[in-house]
Every structure is written in structure tokens, then in C-alpha cells.
Design a protein around this ligand. Structure first.
Ligand SMILES: Cc1ncc(C[n+]2csc(CCOP(=O)(O)OP(=O)(O)O)c2C)c(N)n1
Length: 668
């Protein structure tokens, strides 16, 4: 990257800003610099473990944080210390966070700037960088839906702009005209990789128009320019919501993090950019125009020094966290105690197909929660590929029933952004298979956010799943086990219309993130008489679908129907336990049936290796050993992708093998 686009020296234009404002910006700018100076000393002394430097880039954070209202959300990255200090976060709490102490924002669970604070209207990053943008989209959408006339601002580095999430985040914001300012801190390098090895375009201002978005280019080292540009944009966007891409030209003066150094940066660039230091240049300017005198400068610096030292004293005085197992486990989920809602006993009932039960549940949840927003591909006028939201847009309006661009990651991330603003979101995967491109948002953002800093993710991801329709490897997969392994998620998987409605309603009611699996093969093949009224099914509770004496079959989803059929064919007296909730699963019910029959087989549609059955069978072996009269068995699909041709698919699925295994278990 060349510096040719920057003026030497920086030219400051105070416009009509008062002296007080100029000094406020000065104090705001000096604070992160002084903190960083201190942190670098502490790092060398081994008193902190890691530091991501924002040295030389402070004017961007400071211009931005001062330009927005205090109650407008900002989503910073790893070099934006100035956002945190600019929102007046108590320094002792910030330092405690850096040191992994209990009074830090994540209580020792995450490091450095990886935290948010709703009180300060900051949503911190996860390491993956790009996912931040979609969360800003969700917050922007919430502003729009509640007509708040606010703007949100999210940062990205130039390196992270190569991520798909960057593209998805910008595209959704542009299509939905969301009030989001995307600030790219174009600082020349992504770790050691220079911009020209990162992308082939020259400026981000070329990129914005490609999304149908305005873009502006500013000198990121000039705090007055950043402040003025973002203030003007924010004022305009509040009245006329739309996204804008701001390219802030700057330079990273230190290593990616302190251990990695800057050997790969040409010396002359370091020297050129050192002359453009945002703090020194602004200080000189204020002195030149007579706004900053030696006395004021000393007072400000003294005040800052004292604040830093006081904050550090408090943070260092705090003892290291003493682990409490229960506290850690309890914080995986946002607190929620379900009170099961039953439909009136004598209320009306009607025969419903599985698909209609889902649709009715969703519709009733939409009526019950005016803050529930549905998002998915083709779910608007078209009603979704399986017609679950047919007529919803006409009934609830396009703001709450949103057709989305083809971008699972951004939409799941936007769901989290909505949740941060107190909305509920339901995101429909067109097919469960496509969740792979939204995987990161689910397992790293939705799943971990409550444990990390106490924010809930009130998002239900609906997953039309399963094989048996000759739809091949990418429209047939069972992928519940991908998520089963991730703490912080809840997973439900109904097998019948009654539970399909009740579990969906329960998942939507719960403020925690859910994966709701709905087997496509059940949509139109089974019906049941279910209450017309709203009701919920208990989460974490299995159901004994069939009772018997000889053997226990533990299963879920389509497995329940296979088990019923095989048991009837063989004339076996069997317990069939339908798990219904896979996470957290019902250990009590599993133990009770194993205790009763002493013989157990787990049946799953998913491939055998590493599936839900593997975990539950291992648990049974460990916890129910004395009740067992035979080895714990399991059957599942072949460990291959799901094949297309019906004969191959039939061989892939576990039904025949299950039947044989069940017979051998009974004979054991
Ligand atoms: C998905 C992902 N890949 C790789 C990394 C490792 N990593 C962390 S920061 C970084 C460079 C980011 O560069 P840029 O976005 O320009 O931000 P800068 O560090 O320059 O401020 C890399 C490669 C990561 N955190 N996440």
C-alpha cells in the first residue's frame, strides 16, 4: 500500500468544532495511547500475556466513538481499544478483563477485547473477525424495525475483508438498507500479508458501489477528519437508513501482536507513517492553533496517568479466579426455567400433517411474540420450499417474514444481532445440509456468547433434514451430531406432529439458541390429531412411544417410525424411547428403560461413527452397567455420504441392519 493518498503532514480542519470538543477529542485520543504504552511495559515484564496493538490507528476509534451517540452500538475489532475507553468503560474492569480476573467482562473465560457490554453498547468480536459484520446487520435491522433512528458501526480490517462473511454482511445490509457504517481500517497488512496479496482491487471505495452502497475514503490518522466524516454520515443515516462503507487509510505500526514483530515491513514505510502519527500530529496542531497549552497538556496527561495506575492497582490486587465448577456449567445457557404450557383438555383438535403442525406452531408463536422475526430463503411470498410459511408474509408483513439473500452465515449472525436488541429470530435453512456455510456463526457465536460475556442468543435455526427421498448427498444429510458436540446449543428433533408443534413453540420461547430438526420424510407422510391451541412440549424430556418388556430401543426422528415398524414385524415386546430433545438429552428416561429391560439398542438415521448413539451408548455402559444383560448395541447409516440412487440409499440407511441387530440382541 502506498502512502500517496495521504497528505504530509496531516492537514486538520476544525470546521465549527468548539475548543472544548477539540480538547475532548485530544484527551480521548491520548488515553488509549498511554494505556498501550503501559501495556507494552507490562508485557515485557511478563505481567500480561498478549497484546494487540492499535498504535498509530487510534484516531479511527476515537473519531468514530465520539461521532456516535453513546447508546448506538459499536462492534469493534482487536485494535480498537479507543472504542472501549471512549465508551468510558471503567479501566479497572478493562484491565481485569485483560488479566483474566473475575471482575473482567468475561470472568476469565475469554481474553483481550473478546467481550461485549450491553451497558456500553459494545459487542466484542470473536477471533474469526468477519462474523462481526452480520451481527451489526441484525442490530441495524432491529433499529429499523423499531423505528429507532439510530445507526450502528462495525469495524473490519482489510485482511478480514477477504472473508466470505465480509461480502455477506455488506450485501445483506445493502439489500435491506440497514443503518450500518462499515469501517474498514486499511492498515496495509493482515498479519504479515500485505494488501496486494490479499485482494486485487486498489481501494475499498471501488468495492462499495459493487454492493450498491456509498463508500467514502478518509485519512484514518486524522482524528478530525474521521470524526467529521462519521458524524455527518451518522446524522444522515439516522434519517435515511442505509449502509455506507468507510475506508479509513492508516498503518499498523507494531506487529500483528507483540510476539510477531514487523520484520516484513519495509523500513521506509515505518518511517513515513511514524511522521503521520495521529496523536503527535493532532497534539502539534492543537498547540499551533493555541487550543492546547503546556499546562492543559500536563493536566490531561497527569489525569490519564493516574486513572491508568489506579485501574491497574485495582486489577492487580484482585486475586486470580478460583474455579467453581457449578458456576462454569451454569453459565453455558441463559437462565430459563420452562413452564410447560398445555392446550385446554377439552379444546378443539384437528388432524394435522407433520408439516402443518410445524406451520401452525410457527404461526402461533408469531402471534404470541410480536418481536419474533422469521428469516430464510424464499420464505416470503413463495412460502418456503416446503410451504411452512405459506401466507405468513400476507398475515405478518414483510418486515417480520423476511426473504433473505442466499447467505446462511450472515442471516444467522443477523439473528444474533436481533437478539442483542431483544428480538427473537427464527432462521430457516432451506435444507439442513446448507447449515455448513453458517456453521461458524452457530458453533462459535450463538453457542458461546452466553458463557463468554452473558449475552443470550435467542435464535432458532430450523433444519429440514433427512434422507429417503433420493435427493443425494447434499439434500439428505443428518447433521445433528455436528452440533451435539457444541456446548451452549440446544437441539430438538420431533418425530410426530404433536411434538413438532410443541417443541418448536418451546424452542422459540426459550431465549437460548436452538437447532430444530424436522424430517422432510415426515412432513406429509404422517398425521395426528393435535390441539388447535398454542402449547409447548417439555424440553429435555424423552417420551416412551411404546412400552414393552424384552428390549429398549432408544431413537429419535425417523428412527421412531422405523423402530415401530420393525417391532411390529418381529412381534417383539419393546420399549421405544423417543429422545425428542438431543441436547440436553434425558438421562433419567434412558436409565429407566435400560433398568427395566436390561437390553438396549440405539437407532439413528445419521452415520454411525461419532453420532448421538455413540455418546448415549457410552453413557449407558458407564452408568447402567449393572442393569445390562447384553452388550449395548447401536445401528445407524453407513459411514458414507448419502447416495442418490434409491437402491444405494436403501442400503445406506440402517433399517435392515437394525432389524438383524435387534433380533441378535433379543437372542443374546
Ligand atoms: C478466520 C480467521 N482466520 C485467520 C485468523 C488469524 N488472524 C487473526 S488477525 C489476522 C489478520 C487480520 O488482518 P486485518 O483484518 O487486516 O486486521 P489487522 O490485524 O490488520 O488489524 C489473522 C490472519 C483469524 N483470526 N480468523
Amino acid at each position: 500500500m502506498s502512502t500517496s493518498t495521504l497528505t504530509h503532514p496531516l492537514i486538520f480542519d476544525r470546521k465549527d468544532f468548539s475548543d472544548d470538543m477539540l480538547l475532548k477529542l485530544y484527551e480521548s485520543l491520548v488515553l488509549p495511547r498511554r494505556i498501550e504504552e503501559k501495556m507494552l511495559i507490562l508485557l515485557r515484564q511478563g505481567k500480561i500475556s498478549k497484546w494487540f496493538s492499535g498504535w498509530g490507528q487510534e484516531a479511527i476509534s476515537i473519531g468514530a466513538v465520539n461521532a456516535l451517540a453513546q447508546d448506538e452500538f459499536i462492534l469493534p475489532m482487536h485494535r480498537n481499544l479507543g472504542i472501549f475507553t471512549g465508551r468510558n468503560i471503567p479501566l479497572e474492569k478493562l484491565f481485569a478483563q485483560f488479566q483474566g480476573k473475575a471482575s473482567g467482562f468475561t470472568r476469565g473465560r475469554d481474553r483481550s477485547f473478546h467481550f461485549g457490554s450491553i451497558e456500553h453498547h459494545i459487542v466484542g468480536m470473536i477471533s474469526h473477525l468477519g462474523p462481526q459484520l452480520a451481527i451489526a446487520d441484525g442490530i441495524g435491522l432491529a433499529y429499523k424495525l423499531s423505528e429507532e433512528k439510530k445507526v450502528t458501526l462495525v469495524f473490519s480490517g482489510d485482511g478480514a475483508s477477504s472473508e466470505g462473511d465480509f461480502h455477506e454482511g455488506l450485501n445483506v445490509a445493502a439489500v435491506w438498507k440497514l443503518p450500518v457504517i462499515f469501517v474498514v481500517e486499511h492498515n496495509g497488512y493482515g498479519l504479515s500479508t500485505p494488501s496486494e496479496e490479499q485482494f486485487a482491487f486498489k481501494n475499498f471505495t471501488d468495492k462499495g458501489p459493487g454492493y450498491g452502497m456509498e463508500s467514502v475514503r478518509i485519512q484514518g490518522n486524522n482524528v478530525l477528519e474521521v470524526y467529521a466524516a462519521i458524524k455527518t454520515l451518522a446524522e444522515d443515516i439516522r434519517q435515511n437508513p442505509r449502509p455506507v462503507l468507510v475506508e479509513a487509510i492508516t498503518f499498523r505500526m507494531r506487529g500483528h501482536e507483540e510476539a510477531s514483530g514487523t520484520k516484513y515491513v519495509p523500513k521506509h514505510m515505518m518511517e513515513e507513517w511514524a511522521r503521520l502519527d495521529p496523536v503527535d500530529n493532532y497534539e502539534n496542531y492543537l498547540e499551533e492553533i493555541g487550543v492546547l497549552d503546556a499546562k492543559t497538556k500536563e493536566q490531561i496527561n497527569k489525569k490519564i496517568k493516574k486513572a491508568i495506575n489506579d485501574g491497574l492497582d485495582l486489577a492487580f490486587a484482585e486475586p486470580a479466579i478460583s474455579p467453581d465448577l457449578q458456576v462454569e456449567l451454569n453459565d453455558i445457557y441463559a437462565p430459563f426455567s420452562q413452564e410447560v404450557i398445555s392446550a385446554p383438555e377439552d379444546g378443539p383438535k384437528s388432524e394435522k400433517r407433520f408439516v402443518d403442525a410445524i406451520s401452525q406452531g410457527l404461526e402461533q408463536s408469531m402471534e404470541r411474540y410480536p418481536n419474533l422475526v422469521l428469516m430464510g430463503q424464499d420464505i416470503g411470498d413463495y412460502g418456503g420450499v416446503f410451504k411452512i410459511t405459506d401466507g405468513f408474509k400476507a398475515k405478518f408483513g414483510g418486515e417480520r417474514v423476511r426473504n433473505t439473500p442466499l447467505c446462511e452465515s450472515a442471516i444467522i449472525g443477523a439473528g444474533l444481532g436481533l437478539s442483542i436488541k431483544g428480538y427473537k429470530a427464527m432462521v430457516e435453512m432451506q435444507f439442513a445440509d446448507f447449515v455448513s456455510v453458517g456453521f461458524n456463526q452457530i458453533v462459535n457465536n450463538l453457542a458461546k456468547i452466553h458463557y463468554r460475556w452473558g449475552q443470550n442468543a435467542d435464535v432458532v435455526v430450523r433444519m429440514p433434514t433427512g434422507a429417503g427421498m433420493a435427493a443425494g448427498p447434499f439434500h439428505s444429510q443428518s447433521n445433528e451430531a455436528w452440533f451435539f458436540h457444541t456446548p451452549g446449543l440446544k437441539i430438538v428433533y420431533p418425530s410426530n406432529p404433536y411434538d413438532a408443534k410443541g417443541l418448536l413453540n418451546a424452542a422459540i420461547e426459550d431465549p437460548n439458541p436452538y437447532l430444530y430438526f424436522e424430517h422432510k420424510g415426515l412432513y406429509r407422510s404422517i398425521t395426528a390429531e393435535i390441539p388447535d391451541a398454542y402449547y409447548t412440549t417439555e424440553i429435555g424430556k424423552a417420551a416412551l412411544t411404546k412400552e414393552g418388556e424384552t428390549v429398549s430401543i432408544i431413537t429419535y426422528g425417523m428412527g421412531v417410525h422405523w423402530a415401530i415398524k420393525v417391532v411390529e414385524e418381529l412381534g417383539v415386546s419393546a420399549d421405544i424411547l423417543d429422545l425428542r430433545t438431543l441436547l440436553p438429552w434425558d438421562q433419567e428416561a434412558v436409565k429407566a428403560t435400560v433398568k427395566k429391560t436390561g437390553k438396549v439398542i440405539f437407532l439413528q438415521e445419521d452415520c454411525l461413527t461419532g453420532g448421538i448413539g455413540a455418546e448415549i451408548c457410552a453413557w449407558i455402559s458407564e452408568h447402567c452397567f449393572t442393569h445390562l444383560d447384553a452388550p449395548v448395541m447401536r445401528e445407524g447409516s453407513l459411514d458414507t455420504p448419502v447416495p442418490f440412487a434409491p437402491s444405494l440409499e436403501k442400503q445406506f440407511l440402517p433399517v435392515e441392519r437394525f432389524k438383524e441387530k435387534l433380533e441378535s440382541l433379543i437372542k443374546f
